[in-house]
Design a protein around this ligand. Structure first.
Ligand code: B12
Length: 229
């Protein structure tokens, strides 16, 4: 099957919320020599975003969005082992805490970022979704993490990121930990406004950003916002 046909089918299987077909296509893509990352970033992610747009415009309802997300999550389980193999990173003992902020249950983007960062060689502590501010603080304290990656998909939960930064400051941990932020509504301007150390718009850029932050290097101006090819 041609590459563009696979992406078309992926778009359709996510729109249909067809888990079995999504897994089949993920495996088929890998068997054809496409990378897990390509399948995620050029296939499944835009497909799921298209579903979100249809929900936004009132053409579909929440149960259909849930089915679409479940189909993508199942495909991710097929792709995850290859993702690890594709990016065998330098062995570093440094840790990164990731989580979706309080009030927000979106976990797909955060999990992709976590998987890529782990594949790049960092130890990832994934706190899951709807994470209380205090939990981020205790995880950073207990693990000695040098980066925390905060995800938010709702405009109403973005403000939680600022609370996490304030809580890290209050706990005296801000000097040891750099804060990366992301999620569909988050922008570089917002990251700057809340005093985060970096923002990235997709999984690969997030991985590079977090690697840089863990290495003690600040992203060059504009670097963290651009898509990494
Ligand atoms: C799937 C989905 C759901 C699923 C989530 C399932 C799951 N297990 O995660 C379900 C159906 C449960 C859901 C529920 C809701 N959703 Co919803 N959902 C989406 C949808 C369609 C896709 C999100 C997604 O997974 N995208 C795919 C991933 C790969 O992309 P991503 O998350 O953006 O992540 C990438 C980057 O942002 C970045 N990134 C992400 N995190 C991080 C972190 C760091 C540190 C970095 C550096 C980078 C980074 O890298 C990732 C990989 O490329 C979006 C539409 C959209 N356009 O985003 C709506 C959307 C986010 N949802 C929306 C809404 C409103 C809701 C609900 C409130 C609906 C309701 N009335 O109940 C609830 C929220 C409940 C809650 N309290 O959280 C709205 C938000 C509107 C807004 N402006 O606030 C959206 C935008 C839909 C829309 N167009 O209106 N949702």
């Amino acid at each position: 099957m041609a590459e563009n046909e696979i992406y078309e089918d992926i778009k359709q299987c996510i729109a249909d919320g067809d888990e079995a077909w999504a897994c089949e296509l993920a495996q088929q893509g890998l068997d054809q020599g496409l990378s897990a990352l390509d399948l995620i970033e050029n296939g499944f992610t835009p497909a799921l975003r298209a579903v979100g747009d249809r929900w936004d415009s009132g053409t579909i309802y929440l149960p259909e969005m849930i089915l679409a997300a479940d189909a993508m999550k199942s495909a991710m389980r097929v792709l995850q082992p290859s993702l690890q193999k594709e990016r065998p990173g330098a062995q570093e003992a440094k840790s990164c805490v990731v989580g979706t902020v309080k009030g927000d249950i979106h976990d797909i983007g955060k999990s992709i970022v976590g998987a890529l960062v782990e594949a790049s060689g960092l130890n990832v502590i994934d706190l899951g979704t709807n994470v209380e501010t205090a939990r981020f603080v205790s995880a950073v304290r207990e693990s000695g993490a040098c980066v925390v990656g905060l995800s938010a998909l709702l405009t109403t939960t973005m403000a939680e990121m600022k609370s996490v930064i304030a809580a890290l400051e209050k706990a005296g941990l801000r000097g040891q930990v750099r804060v990366a932020v992301g999620g569909a509504p988050v922008t570089q301007a917002f990251a700057d406004e809340i005093g985060a150390d970096g923002y990235a718009e997709d999984g690969m850029s997030a991985m590079h950003l977090i690697q840089n932050l863990a290495g003690g290097r600040d992203p060059a101006p504009g670097e963290s916002v651009s898509k990494v090819a």
